[in-house]
Write a protein that binds this ligand. Structure first.
Ligand SMILES: O=C(O)CCC(=O)C(=O)O
Length: 315
């Protein structure tokens, strides 16, 4: 019995060593810019974002900066089409080739500050189909657009008297999962409500991401209950870092964002969390924690796909 369990635990560590050796990661500094003062003026919102990114890097070396969901437009189904812009499908796209107002501005923020930038999300129009998407764009330190993620799961909520919102009235859901490579490791992308669907984070984690990062804008009904819970759940499920970046609360706006941008470690510890006001949340991402968390509790190599039913069919 003892012998069997020793054999099993040493084979877990061998397997773990093998899987960890495929993850190329080094420590990096993350900044989540919880923007305040956003309005209906797209150009002004982009200027606020540019000032926020600049402020984030002024505090010392930062490698990756994140902006919130739909920061250049009001978060309203009636606004998405009006604010939408085309975004290239063929990626990477060089900084100089970007044409729309927001992608050009975001590219410049990345280039000027020499950072990786997860540019929150913006409404995208695809001219061939006339579909509108809620799309996150990511830029390297040269300002090239390296990847985009279209929100896969559309936020349709109806809690009478509290929160009603139906993104699917005007948006189309994306149909791809997206990660991108950086010198400090692979990063997985989701947008806000996407965090409620554990399959996305699990697949990204199995592809070797260090972190799942979600530009977001939860609300004051679901935020207090689920915001931290969901981040800790995705982190612990997959033993990865998880971060969500929100706009600040805005008393005059039709949609009240929850705020509370935060970063969670692979063991579920909340490393940093904002309140509801405009601010920047910083976190040092110690990638050693991926290995130490996984070797203590080897869940990432104990999955029993031979036993689980086919998830999609429920058989
Ligand atoms: O899942 C939630 O409770 C909030 C999601 C949300 O606000 C969004 O997807 O924009």
């Amino acid at each position: 019995m003892l012998r069997a369990s020793l054999t099993r635990s040493s084979s877990y560590s061998a397997l773990l060593r093998r899987t960890m050796s495929t993850i190329q990661a080094k420590p990096f500094k993350l900044a989540l810019v919880q923007l305040g003062g956003l309005s209906e003026d797209k150009t002004k919102n982009l200027e606020i974002a540019a000032a926020g990114v600049k402020e984030a890097v002024s505090q010392g070396k930062v490698d990756l900066v994140v902006l919130p969901e739909i920061f250049n437009s009001p978060y309203a189904v009636t606004a998405f089409r009006k604010y939408s812009e085309p975004i290239p499908n063929d990626l990477p796209a060089q900084a100089g080739s970007l044409e729309s107002e927001s992608t050009k501005a975001l590219s410049q923020m990345a280039k000027e500050n020499k950072i990786w930038l997860i540019g929150g999300s913006i409404p995208e129009i695809e001219s061939d189909t006339d579909h509108i998407y809620n799309t996150c764009t990511v830029y390297n330190p040269d300002g090239d657009l390296v990847v985009k993620h279209r929100k896969v799961h559309l936020f349709d909520i109806d809690i009478p008297g509290k929160q009603t919102f139906k993104e699917s009235e005007t948006l189309t859901g994306g149909n791809t999962l997206n990660t991108f490579e950086t010198p400090f490791g692979k990063i997985g992308l989701g947008i806000c409500y996407d965090i409620r669907f554990p399959e996305m984070a699990m697949i990204a984690a199995r592809q070797g991401v260090v972190a799942m990062i979600y530009p977001s804008a939860f609300n004051t009904t679901t935020g207090p209950i689920y915001w931290t819970l969901l981040q800790r759940a995705r982190a612990v499920d997959n033993q990865i870092f998880v971060a969500m970046c929100s706009p600040a609360r805005h008393p005059g706006a039709s949609y009240q964002a929850y705020g509370h941008s935060s970063v969670v470690a692979p063991n579920g510890d909340v490393l940093a969390e904002a309140d509801e006001h405009p601010t920047i949340v910083y976190a040092d991402i110690d990638t050693q924690l991926l290995a130490s968390t996984r070797s203590g509790l080897p869940v990432t190599v104990q999955r029993r796909f031979d036993v689980y039913p086919n998830v999609a069919d429920g058989n």
